[in-house]
Design a protein around this ligand. Structure first.
Ligand SMILES: Nc1ncnc2c1ncn2[C@@H]1O[C@H](COP(=O)(O)OP(=O)(O)OP(=O)(O)O)[C@@H](O)[C@H]1O
Length: 248
C-alpha cells in the first residue's frame, strides 16, 4: 500500500448553523495527483481552507507528513511543505516572471542566496515558463499567469501543492499545458491535490478523486470508479461521461 502524505479523519467545519464539511475522511497517497470535485457549494473550498489552515476545524483531524496540523498557522504549514496555487494569480505586475518566482523561492527563507536562484530556475522549468523569464508579469496571458502561479508555489519547495481550479477559464490548448505542468510538479517529487470543475482534465490527470456533495464524502476512487458511481452520476455528472473516460 502506498504511503499517505495527507490524511483527514472526520473532518468537519460548521459555520453557525451550516455544516460545510461533514465528517469527511480522505487519504492522499504520496506522489499522486489527487482530485477534489463536487457541485457548486459542495464544500470544496472549505475543505482546502481547512487543509491550508485558513479555517480551524470544528471536529476531526488532519495529519500531514505524520503530524497533526491542529493549531499550526498557515505560514508554518508552508514552511512544513505545503503550498497553495490560487485560481486568480496576484503577481507583482511590474516585476518579471523570474523576479516573481524568485519571491516564492525566498519566501520565509530570505537567507537562501544562490540556492534561491537555483530553485527559481527549477520552478520555472517545471511550470514550463523558462522562455518567459524576462517578461513582465503584466504582459502575460491568462494561461501564462496560471503557470506563473504554479511556479511561485513550486519555488517554495512544497511536498504537497494544492491547486485551486488550475484549468478554469483556459482554452483546450492551455488546459493541456496546465495538465503537463501539474504532471511535471508530480514527477519532480511533490504530491498534487487539485479542485477542478473540468471533468475531462480531472479524469485524465488524477490518480484518485474525492467527490463531495453537501459537505459529505460521496465517493472516492480511481477516475473510472468515480465516474461510473451511480451516486456521483446522479448528484454531480447528471449523465454518464463519455465511453473513453468511463472505461479508462
Ligand atoms: N466563511 C463562511 N461563512 C459562512 N458560510 C460559508 C463560509 N465559507 C463557505 N460557506 C458556506 O459553505 C458552503 C460550502 O461552500 P464552499 O465555498 O466550500 O463550496 P464549493 O464547493 O467550493 O463551491 P464552488 O464550487 O461554488 O466554489 C456554502 O453553503 C457556503 O455558503
Amino acid at each position: 500500500m502506498s504511503e499517505i502524505i495527507l490524511e483527514g479523519v472526520g473532518v468537519t467545519k460548521r459555520f453557525r448553523g451550516l455544516t460545510a464539511t461533514d465528517h469527511v475522511d480522505f487519504a492522499v497517497p504520496k506522489g499522486s495527483i489527487y482530485g477534489l470535485i463536487g457541485p457548486n457549494g459542495a464544500g470544496k473550498s472549505t475543505l482546502f481552507n481547512l487543509v491550508t489552515g485558513y479555517h480551524p476545524l470544528s471536529e476531526g483531524r488532519i495529519v500531514f507528513k505524520g503530524r497533526d496540523l491542529a493549531g499550526m498557522p498557515i505560514y508554518r504549514r508552508n514552511q512544513f511543505g505545503m503550498a497553495r496555487a490560487f485560481q486568480i494569480s496576484k503577481p507583482f505586475p511590474a516585476l518579471t516572471v523570474r523576479e516573481n518566482v524568485g519571491v516564492g523561492a525566498m519566501f520565509g527563507r530570505p537567507d537562501r542566496g544562490a540556492q534561491a536562484g537555483r530553485e527559481t530556475d527549477r520552478a520555472m522549468e517545471i511550470a514550463g515558463i523558462t522562455h518567459l523569464a524576462a517578461r513582465r508579469a503584466d504582459a502575460l496571458t491568462v494561461g501564462e499567469l496560471r503557470k506563473l502561479e504554479i511556479a511561485r508555489a513550486v519555488a517554495t519547495g512544497p511536498d504537497l501543492l494544492l491547486a485551486d481550479e488550475p484549468c478554469a477559464g483556459l482554452n483546450p490548448f492551455e488546459t493541456d499545458e496546465m495538465a503537463q505542468c501539474l504532471r511535471n510538479v508530480r514527477d519532480a517529487g511533490a504530491t498534487v491535490w487539485l479542485v477542478e470543475h473540468d471533468m475531462k482534465a480531472v479524469t485524465a490527470l488524477c490518480d484518485r478523486i474525492l467527490v463531495i456533495d453537501a459537505g459529505k464524502r460521496l465517493a472516492e476512487g480511481t477516475p473510472s470508479e468515480v465516474v461510473n458511481d451511480p451516486a456521483v452520476i446522479s448528484a454531480y455528472l447528471g449523465v454518464p461521461m463519455d465511453e473513453d473516460v468511463a472505461h479508462a
